[in-house]
Ligand binder design. Structure first.
Ligand code: NAP
Length: 309
């Protein structure tokens, strides 16, 4: 029997990806929507998780697509109701909240799947395989896009816990933390915060290796790019291997030659994996991208820039 799933937070990503991918996956049946204002056609809709629970509708799991700042309380409530959970990225505003959510799911014996959609890509898997056992001495992440195109009219991104440019930037870091053979650490950062916002519009980050060996490791995130997107990760190793992930990680070049162009099916793969985790009764929670973002805020030098308006 398919898993009966409800979706909470019916905004851009729920409509762009979650609802279509649930519709395509035979392991799931959409049974309800939970939103303070929106409605999903064809299923009952509820204003809160409590109202959904009170309806006595049978629910096995919930996809939580709200902004991160409200996730922990909603996740705990869903777990209290006995539902397994899939959550959007970034999982929570802080590492502490994510660890608490993970512990709560364990206590309640429910599956918690904290997704990182950019990791679901054959080119990313190939890059990881190529880098296994290698000594990485160069990393350059360039992640630039137009905030108004990707987050039209969204106020939460500029509020505390809204991540600002780290909302897309954490996608790059989710790839970096997947493909690198060893963890890297934040060395220093400059964070540009608009005068009228609580979160950054741009960031320039230097990383270091854990063993102290010399390495040129950096990332630049910018939400002020007006035309197109630049979503690129370049990696080089001591023995001369050069990898270049382009187009959000979907194109992989190895030593200057195209090695793979992936067809993007990130959310299809996320729901296929969620079904496997539910079947195996296993959770998957990796805080490492969030830890790097948190460390940027801990070590970063803030610079006030022009208001975003
Ligand atoms: P969005 O369009 O603003 O949608 C968020 C939804 O959450 C809204 O429908 C809203 O529904 C609900 N919500 C907002 N504030 C809430 C609150 N305080 N309490 C409860 N519900 C609240 O945002 P989005 O772009 O879909 O992003 C949501 C998450 O998905 C973020 O973590 C983002 O990083 C991630 N994501 C976004 C994209 C993208 O392309 N935008 C891509 C991948 C991942 P109601 O007000 O109707 O309840």
């Amino acid at each position: 029997m398919p898993y009966r799933i409800a979706v909470a937070g019916i905004g851009k990503i729920a409509r762009d990806q979650h609802l279509p991918c649930i519709g395509k996956n035979r392991n799931f049946t959409l049974v309800a929507g939970v939103s303070r204002s929106a409605k999903i056609e064809g299923v009952p809709n509820f204003e809160s998780l409590a109202a959904l629970k009170a309806s006595k509708l049978k629910v096995d799991c919930l996809a939580l697509c709200t902004p991160p700042a409200v996730r922990l309380a909603m996740a705990r409530e869903a777990l209290d109701h006995g539902w397994h959970l899939l959550i959007e990225k970034p999982p929570t505003p802080t590492v502490g909240e994510l660890l608490a959510m993970e512990a709560y799911a364990r206590k309640k014996k429910r599956v918690l799947y904290a997704t990182w959609h950019s990791r679901y890509n054959k080119s990313v898997d190939m890059a990881k395989a190529k880098l296994r056992g290698k000594h990485v001495d160069f990393l350059r992440v360039t992640w630039k896009e137009d905030v108004h195109k990707w987050h039209p009219g969204q106020a939460w991104i500029w509020e505390p816990g809204g991540f600002g440019v780290f909302d897309p930037g954490i996608n790059a870091l989710s790839i970096v933390t997947k493909i690198l053979p060893e963890p890297i650490f934040v060395d220093s950062a400059t964070i540009e915060v608009p005068a009228d916002a609580a979160t950054p519009i741009a960031a320039d980050i230097r990383f270091k290796r854990g063993d102290g060996a010399t390495a040129d490791l950096s990332a630049v995130f910018d939400w002020r790019q007006k035309t197109g997107e630049t979503w690129e990760i370049e990696v080089a190793t001591r023995d001369g291997l050069k990898l270049h992930l382009k187009n959000g990680g979907s194109i992989l070049e190895i030593n200057g030659k195209t090695a793979h162009k992936a067809v993007l099916r990130e959310y299809e793969d996320i729901y296929a994996k969620f079904a496997r985790l539910l079947k195996a009764k296993k959770s998957e929670v990796d805080p490492s991208p969030l830890q790097l973002v948190s460390d940027c805020f801990m070590l970063g030098k803030p610079k006030v820039v022009a208001p975003v308006g």
